[in-house]
Design a protein around this ligand. Structure first.
Ligand code: ATP
Ligand code: MG
Length: 739
């Protein structure tokens, strides 16, 4: 009883219409980016509800993120009103949580069980390993945690783990530890994220009547981003769909980018076997991007092998003159890249477009810093989606605490933050003693600690740890005047064991944190001394998120899946940045192909324009490294790309560098060493002079925080100012106005 002109059916092409209205029986929609897969799922939900085939709570729809779930619910509500609220619509985790609450007792949990975050998870595993006297140096808990998670992704409970990869860990006791970990969780009335799925599966398989109940309950199942489901999720779906068999999955094998989290693109191929007679719908019209963007993305992904293959053409009508090719642009270094991108953002904004329609999509978190700095300097509002802003990240705050303490030993907050990070054997009692002593003697915490280790109040272990720390801080302080400050920072991060702590961490986000620390040291290089830098960060942090709604988006490529923007900036397309060094180090092409899919995801987020940039030089840690453009840049089809590579940026010209790179006689490792060596000092750019600086020497100015003063020097966007009251300081020009 649905009119053919119902709002959710309007404008759909015949294939989309087929996918929306074939509500009975299994359907697989397999198609490229921007072909309306998510739109089809939304319309399908509306269609099912409006035709009263099922009640809203009898429909289950899975999205990849909570945010995608909220959006889909909103769209369905816009189409059919309040019933949308009662849909079972969410991520696998949230849906499983709802089901599991009702059957918790079956897996030995109370219905009020807690779901542990990854920190707590690891703590529990560590306790288990300690109790079993497993040497955490030889068998890092993080590594075991990773293995356990992968097992859970594959629906392997402890008794199902056989000779799987990883079982040799912890002296061959990995499986046993997995069992003990699960028991311990149960004892705590808790579970981890992986358990949400695993336990629900266990419940389904343990009691046929429970399974039948849920199989009967869900008349319609819908799954978005199907290419990134793991085995456990697949089994879960297959079980639930068994009775009514109305399951519709939509996906794109070219956008499978989560294999590192256990996703199995092979689930697409299995679908046909598990649901014989499934209708396979292919959508071929892309309604998102211009033909150039589409052709560029298609040309790039064609370099991958083993694809299912599909046709993708533009479904939009475009004025051929009005559309831009994808642009690639070589720049000198990261600072120039940020400058270029932000200039472009401002130009597009002047052209009448919203900031929120523009996104900077990075491969790795460390890349956001330079863009954030430039956006703050120029006063362009932005937000980092899916993670904290650079200087708010945990590892950056920790590292900053080290720097602050060395710079000002009385900084009690800094002291507290890092005195036992990394672990120095200080328990709560020891920390308390330091506080008591500080109050008694009326001295800062660091001084109290120094006095404390001189006495015998502390137990030997904490005393040793604390003594070493106090001594270290003293030594670093003594280097303040003699050692260049960036080098000192690098030294501190190394000698304190802080960087080491993250290097040894096997958690998936740990390598990113190490990269961020290196980026922090690179940032320091841009400032004359440590106090100036600390001041700069304080100012940047103070500039807290404006309530502004219209903001440029910065996020990772992984986080951008499923989203779309008018304008997309893709920076850092350089070998070893993107494709990432880790993928290049792998044997075989799997890692590289996943990187290429990520590039495909990136380009296909754009509706109107794409700017890809790559720098000839990057400051990585303390050193300038000459970079080569990403192979992905070259793989883009010429007909759809406007290349603006300045040959002069590359020593001996880009062609020659490339020739050397492609020379099969060169091993990648050797080549890496060569490029590093080639980064001679002459590569270092001259200090940036901002030709557009609004300030001249001698200008009288006003600063938000320091009041009136006179400009002594201009260095790019940094000004040295003699303030009437606050003395001479270096500040960012965006905080200063000429009076
Ligand atoms: P991705 O693979 O990136 O997740 P997708 O296949 O899910 O993409 P959608 O996000 O659903 O694609 O759709 C892409 C864009 O195309 C959206 O803006 C959507 O509104 C629009 N669109 C989809 N189908 C049509 C259509 N038939 N007519 C007009 N616009 C459409
Ligand atoms: Mg989608």
């Amino acid at each position: 009883p649905v009119a053919p002109d119902a709002p959710w059916l309007k404008g759909l092409n015949p294939e989309q219409l087929e996918a929306v209205t074939t509500v009975d029986g299994p359907v697989l929609v397999l198609s490229g980016a921007g072909t309306g897969k998510t739109k089809v799922l939304t319309a399908r939900l509306a269609h099912i509800l409006a035709s009263r085939r099922a009640q809203p709570w009898q429909c289950l729809a899975v999205t990849f993120t909570n945010r995608a779930a909220r959006e889909m619910k909103q769209r369905v509500a816009d189409l059919v009103g309040p019933p949308a609220q009662d849909l079972w619509l969410g991520t696998f985790h949230s849906l499983c949580l709802r089901i599991l609450r009702r059957h918790a007792a079956m897996v030995g949990l109370g219905s009020d069980f807690t779901v542990l975050d990854s920190d707590d998870q690891l703590r529990v595993l560590k306790q288990v390993m300690e109790a079993e006297r497993i040497d955490s140096k030889a068998s890092p808990p993080q590594a075991l945690m990773g293995i356990i998670q992968r097992w859970k992704d594959r629906a392997l409970t402890p008794d199902k783990v056989g000779a799987e990869g990883g079982s040799e860990l912890a002296g061959g006791r990995a499986r046993e530890l997995y069992r003990l970990y699960q028991e311990r969780l149960r004892g705590l009335n808790a579970c981890d994220f992986g358990d949400l799925l695993l336990h629900t599966l266990t419940v389904f398989l343990a009691d046929a009547s429970v399974l039948e109940h849920w199989q009967g309950h869900f008349h319609y199942l819908l799954v978005d981003e199907y290419q990134d489901t793991n085995v456990a999720q697949y089994l879960w779906l297959r079980l639930l769909a068994q009775k009514h068999r109305n399951i519709c999955c939509v996906g794109d094998d070219d956008q499978s980018i989560y294999s590192w989290r256990g996703a199995e693109v092979g689930n697409i191929l299995r679908f046909d076997k598990d649901f014989p007679g499934a209708r396979v719908v292919r959508l071929e019209s892309n309604y998102r991007s211009t033909p150039h963007i589409l052709a560029a993305a298609s040309g790039l992904i064609a370099h991958n092998g083993g694809r299912l293959g599909k046709t993708l053409r533009s479904g939009l009508s475009h004025d051929a003159d009005a559309i831009e090719k994808v642009r690639t642009r070589a720049v000198w270094d990261g600072e120039a890249e940020a400058r270029l991108v932000v200039e472009e953002i401002e130009a597009v904004q002047r052209g009448g477009e919203k900031l929120a329609s523009m996104a900077i999509l990075v491969r790795a978190g460390f890349q956001t810093r330079e863009f954030e700095e430039r956006l703050i300097t120029t006063g362009v509002p932005y937000r980092v989606v899916g993670g904290p802003r650079f200087y708010e990240r945990l590892e950056i705050r920790d590292a900053m605490a080290y720097l602050r303490l060395v710079n000002s030993p009385a900084d009690g907050l800094a002291f507290e933050r890092i005195v036992n990070t990394p672990k120095r054997g200080l328990g709560e009692a020891a920390i308390q003693s330091i506080h008591i002593r500080a109050r008694q003697d009326n001295v800062p915490l660091l001084e109290a600690a120094r006095r404390l280790v001189a006495g015998d109040e502390l137990k030997p272990k904490p005393r040793q740890g604390l003594a070493k720390f106090v001594e270290d801080v003293g030594r670093w302080r003594s280097l303040l005047d003699s050692m260049p400050h960036a080098e000192l920072a690098a030294t501190i991060l190394e000698e304190s064991g802080y960087q080491e702590m993250w290097r040894n961490d096997k958690a998936p986000d740990a390598p990113g944190r190490v990269e961020n620390l290196k980026e922090l040291v690179a940032a320091l290089e841009e400032y004359d001394d440590l106090p100036t830098f600390l001041e700069h960060v304080a100012l940047v942090m103070e500039n807290d998120e404006k309530a502004e709604l219209d903001r440029v988006v910065i996020m990772t490529l992984h986080g951008a899946k499923g989203l779309e923007f008018d304008t997309v900036f893709l920076p850092g397309w350089e070998e070893e940045v993107f494709p990432h060094a880790r993928a290049l180090a792998e044997t075989g092409t799997q890692g590289l192909e996943e990187e290429r899919r990520l590039a495909y995801v990136g380009i296909t987020r754009a509706k109107k324009r794409v700017l890809i940039t790559f720098a000839a030089n990057r400051r990585i840690y303390n050193q300038w490294k000459s970079q080569l453009p990403s192979r992905f840049v070259e793989e883009l089809p010429d007909a759809h790309v406007e290349r603006m590579a300045d040959q002069g940026l590359y020593s001996g010209g880009l062609q020659e560098s490339r020739a050397a790179w492609n020379d099969p006689g060169w091993s990648r490792a050797r080549h890496g060493a060569q490029t590093r060596q080639a980064a001679a000092p002459s590569w270092k750019p001259a200090p940036a002079r901002d030709p557009e600086s609004d300030f001249k020497l001698g200008d009288r100015v006003f600063h938000d925080k320091f009041g009136n003063g006179t400009v002594l020097a201009v260095d790019g966007n940094k000004l040295e100012i003699a303030f009437d009251k606050a003395g001479t300081k270096k500040v960012l020009d965006s905080y200063v106005a000429v009076v």
